[in-house]
Design a protein around this ligand. Structure first.
Ligand SMILES: [Zn+2]
Length: 177
């Protein structure tokens, strides 16, 4: 029952204050429909780290058990490997997608219940190298367009002008710094 509750609450009211207070790592559970994004600008490099419940990018959180689920995992990995589709840094900065690494232990059949609650997370790192980093002032985040289950993204930026945070969604796609 606990799992069912966790899956339903974010869908009803993703931004209700009462839920915001409950948001975080205190009890180890993640929120379906939500994801976290950490953006670091360091010289010519733009690093983006995505932490998401597998549910938000895949729709399930267990090792793929049949052909349909295996195909879904392959599609997800292919999409995550296309960082320039998912993120649009300032065009004038001439950023080139330089690669991604994706980790999802559950999908590899490791620790099926790592947290003991049947949930599974995905971590993905995306790297861009920018020819004109001085012109890099923001980024369009298109994750909800490609992963419709991802309704809210808590983004944090550490850039040349300090740190900032913003909640993104399918409608709020632009992160500026
Ligand atoms: Zn979950």
């Amino acid at each position: 029952m606990k799992r069912l509750l966790l899956c339903l609450i974010p869908a009803l009211a993703p931004s209700a204050p009462a839920l915001a207070a409950d948001h975080g790592h205190s009890h180890g559970a993640h929120q379906h429909g939500s994801a976290k994004l950490e953006v670091v600008i360091d010289g010519t490099a733009l690093h983006i780290r995505l932490e998401s419940p597998l549910d938000s990018v895949l729709g399930f959180e267990h090792a793929p058990g049949n052909a349909k689920e295996k195909a879904a995992v392959a599609r997800m990995k292919e999409l995550l490997g296309q960082g320039d589709k998912l993120f649009g840094p300032t065009t004038a900065a001439q950023c080139r997608f330089a690669g991604a690494t994706v980790e999802a232990p559950v999908l590899e059949g490791q620790s099926v219940a790592a947290k003991g609650d049947g949930h599974g997370d995905l971590d993905a790192d995306f790297r861009f190298i920018c020819a004109q980093p001085g012109k890099l002032t923001g980024m369009e985040v298109r994750l909800p367009e490609h992963f419709p289950r991802m309704r809210g993204i808590d983004a944090q930026v550490a850039g040349p002008r300090g740190q900032s945070a913003k909640r993104l969604s399918g409608k709020m796609r632009f992160l500026n710094w």
